[in-house]
Write a protein that binds this ligand. Structure first.
Ligand SMILES: Nc1ncnc2c1ncn2[C@@H]1O[C@H](COP(=O)(O)OP(=O)(O)O)[C@@H](O)[C@H]1O
Ligand SMILES: O=P(O)(O)OC[C@H]1O[C@@](CO)(OP(=O)(O)O)[C@@H](O)[C@@H]1O
Length: 396
């Protein structure tokens, strides 16, 4: 893929997409970020969102509308409010929020550090300050701060059952705090590229994150504008997934737990997540693009997918809408497109080697871990997860 081809082919796709406006979501909401103001009413207080009521998205006129905005902004004779907005935006510094989407143990955190490594190696992005905001880390550190070591244990005590859908609100709180910190760091210019590393499993959560970004962008006194980029990571290769779960058994949630306990507890978490997760689709992208458009200031919006460490091509699932000030953003987006397209070559191969080595060594070493791993993460379990996911997707 050529450096500029991603955006232009995307533009063509977007132009041919059908349209319909929606008025379901908070069109009359305050333009100020609830989170950023530190007085968030949680989005889930508004009840469940029925996607079907949102309509059929992608505004045909979105790109045309943006062309129009650009023309208006460069016309010195026009004195409309729109023109003023475009001028004031011209001075804003572009920043980026990657909204990760993906089930636990699919490689979100690993890919985040790879993305940062990649951007830091490119001449045009090497000076961007990139940071990961991980909701799991926030959960762990907050639990630790409140109760010391005891809570570190409680954090993964199954009696707490944070990942059970009935404890949804509790988990959302950690995500909200993480997002708040992310926006604050962007705002205080401590960071240029922020990666919101959470599963972001549900449509409502993703909508909330976008609402917050739009609200931020609408604040006139701010010096930066944020371009949201969804990065969805998926893994449906059984060996990859088993290897990932194996590694999860050694993370901070299980620092004091025996291996088999950790795998079983993580398996329980996986079951809960598979009951709730809905993949990010082109349709949802259309809805969020419409949201960005309706909120009046467009800073572009993009979506990329990496499947099985890049070994499955995702070119047709990566798309975007150019912002008004496209020159500023295009370089970064094209690099992200390159990163995604060449992920296997850049990072995936060494990961695949690690997976193969793991299974080879396990066979050699008399299966130190594999028997415990296989007793939990076996075909039956994986089919059950797949079944939950499918019925969950159908139900949405
Ligand atoms: N793309 C990848 N590259 C390298 N290691 C990976 C990759 N995906 C998963 N892993 C391995 O699996 C483990 C779990 O992946 P992680 O990135 O923490 O998943 P997630 O953030 O989605 O929960 C990691 O600790 C790492 O050992
Ligand atoms: O709130 P969501 O979006 O589910 O994401 C946060 C959760 O994701 C997890 C999923 O396992 O992240 P992580 O693997 O990075 O630790 C949990 O630890 C964390 O609490």
């Amino acid at each position: 893929m050529g450096t500029s081809s991603f955006v232009s082919s995307t533009a063509k796709r977007m132009e041919s997409t059908s349209t319909s406006a929606s008025s379901l979501f908070s069109l009359d909401k305050s333009t100020r970020s609830a989170l950023f103001q530190g007085k968030s009413h949680y989005y889930y207080e508004n009840g469940e969102i029925d996607e079907d009521e949102v309509g059929d998205y992608l505004s045909n006129s979105l790109l045309q509308g943006m062309d129009e905005l650009q023309r208006t902004s460069s016309s010195s004779s026009s004195q409309s409010a729109l023109t003023f907005e475009c001028r004031s935006r011209r001075q804003k510094k572009p920043k980026y929020v990657f909204v990760l989407v993906g089930l636990p143990a699919v490689g979100k955190s690993s890919t985040s550090s790879h993305l940062i490594e990649y951007l830091s190696r490119q001449p045009s992005t090497k000076d961007l300050r990139c940071e990961v905001y991980n909701a799991g880390k926030v959960r762990r550190s907050m639990s630790f701060q409140n109760l010391g070591l005891l809570s570190m244990r409680l954090a993964n005590d199954s009696s707490e059952d944070l990942f059970n859908p009935k404890n949804h609100d509790k988990k959302e709180l950690y995500a909200r705090i993480t997002l708040e910190k992310l926006l604050k760091d962007l705002d205080s210019d401590e960071c240029d590229v922020a990666i919101f590393d959470a599963t972001n499993s549900r449509v409502n959560r993703r909508r909330f994150v976008f609402e917050e970004i739009c609200s931020y962008n609408q604040m006139r006194n701010k010096k930066i504008c944020i371009t949201p980029i969804v990065l969805q990571i998926s893994c449906n290769d059984h060996d990859f997934f088993k290897f990932n779960v194996h590694n999860k058994a050694f993370n901070a949630d299980y620092y004091d737990k025996p291996y088999e306990y950790a795998v079983r507890d993580f398996a329980k978490r996986l079951k809960n997540y598979h009951l709730q997760f809905t993949p990010f689709t082109r349709r949802e992208f259309g809805q969020l693009s419409s949201l960005v458009q309706r909120r009046g200031l467009d800073h572009g919006v993009f979506c990329f997918n990496i499947v099985n460490a890049g070994t499955v091509p995702t070119r047709d699932d990566n798309f975007g809408v150019l912002p008004v000030q496209k020159e500023q953003v295009q370089t970064v987006i094209n690099l992200v497109a390159q990163f995604v397209e060449h992920y296997t070559k850049l990072f995936g191969h060494s990961y695949v080697d690690s997976v193969n080595d793991f299974f080879k060594n396990e066979a050699k070493d008399g299966s130190k871990y594999l028997s415990a791993l296989n007793s939990v993460i076996n075909n039956e379990f994986l089919e059950e997860l797949q079944g939950s996911l499918e019925s969950n997707v159908e139900g949405n």
